[in-house]
Design a binder for this molecule. Sequence first.
Ligand code: SF4
Length: 388
Amino acid sequence: DVASHKIRLLEQSPAVEGQFSHFVESTDWHAMTQSHQEKTEQDVLRALSKSKLNVEDFAALISPAAEPYLLEMAAKSEQLTLQRFGKTLSLFAPLYLSNTCANECTYCGFSMSNAIKRLTLNESQVEKEIAAIKDKGFDHILLVTGETNKVSMPYFERMLPLIKSHFSQLSMEVQPLNSEEYKRLQTIGLDGVLVYQETYRRKTYLEHHLRGNKSNFNYRLDAPDRIGQAGIHKIGLGVLLGLEDWRTDSVMMAHHLRHLQKRYWRSRFSVAFPRIRPCEGGIVPKSIITDRQLVQLIAAWRLFDWDVEMSLSTRESPEFRHHAVRMGFTTMSAESKTQPGGYADDAQAALEQFEISDERPVAEIIAMIRSQGREVVWKNWDPALSHV
Ligand code: SF4
């Protein structure tokens, strides 16, 4: 059964003691990157024959040696997702509260040196956004902000109760906080926190986070531990595919997931793998992950962890989302606006963080999901209750 599977899987994972930043410091990035090329067909077949995969098995499944097994992996991924989560997918909308930011990230349109108009929504503007989002039918919301003092605890403490009174699930993707702050926000409605590491290679991280608090690599890296210590219900991890070798970053994220699962077993976990998108002043990716490789990565994640929630954003094209929807995902965003005020006022497009790729309206996304034999769940969705 799922619970005993989870326990056996955690027992088999490599011991990672102490804070995760210590593990990252002691990892030889070059050796790990080289090891992907050395994986053999036997490594792949061994991983495919197991029901409890360790991180080495995951590394084999995302290696070039696994490419001939893509169809088999995709089919297995779909079957496991059906077993664990049923035929349902949950839809969410990101709500951008502010595009002010005191950081300089090379890949982001909100970077402080970009000469764009800045806006932090006040209560009445937030209410307009809520009404526009509710109008589309969403009940799960992801709050997103840049990172400044202006959008820190006092602002969150004002906005969360207002927003939570309209939605059943509320997650945040904002600046990393300390454990006490996360605990406080949980008491006023916070259900989940996403903190994407972007890349696990310190050298590359520092090349892309040039100024501001986000350039503190370790503080960000240890944020998921602080979220777990605060007892937050759901913790989200992610890397920005393209900043570094996508395989090595994914293997590091798999280690990170196991590290957290061992310690915060009451929390649920989600993973996301956004690819770099065009934006104001954006960069050329260092490593390109093709559509086929992204499918391989998605399938490998599901085979590696039956329980992890997986999220597919509107960064991906309609064609890709159409084909990927059955593979392993549990949540999707739809008709997203990546600028503050964007749902209630189309004129705010100049403020967006990045260009989205799938701009179809919610009704079309729902029709697409149904055409793939899946059903959309809007309210109070709990995967533990949705076995087929
Ligand atoms: Fe600011 Fe986040 Fe964009 Fe960096 S990625 S510039 S922290 S909004």
